[in-house]
Design a protein around this ligand. Structure first.
Ligand code: FAD
Length: 284
């Protein structure tokens, strides 16, 4: 398996900036995220505080960042990392599609919208999962629920419907899901997850739905869940001025390190994180 010098999680301005600097410093880069970069970029109508681009739309800024990556032959690996393990002198990254290896990691995964659902963290790994591709085989011929926080997650529900006997889909957004009849859509906001009689139950204000497994799918996973042993400051990753975390070789940038939530702050921290990762690699 190829081992990259630097793996970067997230394709927002933080991750993109980190990837550009890493590549300029001649490191092999694995940039993991989405071809459309970041929903936070796309949602902005007009941005007035990104130097050099007054009034630029989020989509136009995303296009410019993508063109910059393309011009430097930096590919985006479309995947979602479910967990990252420090293995001593390298990191193993569990993606939905495969496992990756890298000598250093830069976390630029943005902020997690909202708090975990009541019961979610307690039952994680015991019937609650963040990765359909990783854990779907556990629910072959069984019932599964998907709590989807964006339309992207509909693809995961479709995939699960090919494996599970029944899939319940709880959209946590306003749009009407576009799913095959084999997926039962339940448009009731989820209030929690619990377990009873060996089953997990998805709780809404009016009902409780027993299933074998629950997939809670968001754009971002909380950093503490992503990297076991990572030191946090509240819900953010604790970093120093070099964007180093408490885990040697692991760096972070952007919203994931705390406020202010700003494009230019994310991009600036991405640059620092990449330079620190390069210095760490060179020292080794
Ligand atoms: C509507 C709106 C308007 C805004 N307007 C402004 C503005 O005018 N000016 C300003 O400065 N800021 C603005 N912001 C804030 C700005 O969007 C954020 O501060 C910025 O996007 C943070 O960048 P980031 O790189 O840290 O993370 P993000 O842009 O959030 O990107 C994180 C990326 O990581 C990916 N990711 C997360 N977890 C994983 C995983 N496990 N595996 C793989 N990929 C993962 C996500 O899919 C995403 O691609 C606005 C935000 C919104 C929502």
């Amino acid at each position: 398996m190829a081992r990259f010098d630097i793996a970067i999680i997230g394709t927002g301005p933080g991750g993109v900036s980190a990837a550009i600097t890493s590549k300029i410093r001649n490191k092999t880069v694995l940039l993991i995220g989405s071809p459309s970069l970041s929903s936070k970029l796309q949602k902005a109508h007009a941005i007035y505080n990104y130097p050099g681009f007054p009034g630029v739309s989020g989509q136009a800024l995303a296009d410019a960042l993508k063109a910059h990556l393309d011009s430097m032959d930096i590919a985006i690996t479309e995947d979602r990392i479910a967990s990252i393990y420090a293995m001593g002198d390298y990191f193993a990254l569990q993606g939905g599609k495969e496992i990756y290896e890298a000598s250093t990691v830069i976390l630029g995964s943005g902020v997690v919208a909202g708090k975990p659902l009541p019961g979610e963290e307690t039952l994680l790994g015991r019937g609650v999962s963040y990765c359909a591709t990783c854990d779907a085989p556990l629910y072959r011929g069984k019932t599964a629920a998907v709590v989807g926080y964006s339309r992207t997650e509909e693809a995961e529900a479709r995939f699960l419907s090919e494996i599970c006997s029944e899939v319940l889909y709880f959209p946590m957004y306003r749009d009407t899901p576009d799913l095959p009849d084999s997926v039962r859509i339940i448009s009731e906001p989820v209030t929690g997850i619990d377990e009873q009689d060996g089953k997990r139950r998805v709780l809404t204000k009016t009902d409780a739905y027993p299933v074998d497994g629950v997939f809670v799918l968001r754009e971002s996973i909380s950093p503490g869940q992503l990297v076991p042993g990572l030191e946090l400051d509240g819900s953010f990753i604790k970093v120093d001025r070099t964007m180093s975390t408490n885990i040697p070789g692991c760096f972070a940038c952007g919203d994931v390190t705390g406020q202010p939530f700003q494009y230019i702050k994310a991009a600036g921290e991405g640059n620092i994180a990449a330079l620190s990762a390069v210095a760490y690699l060179d020292k080794k």
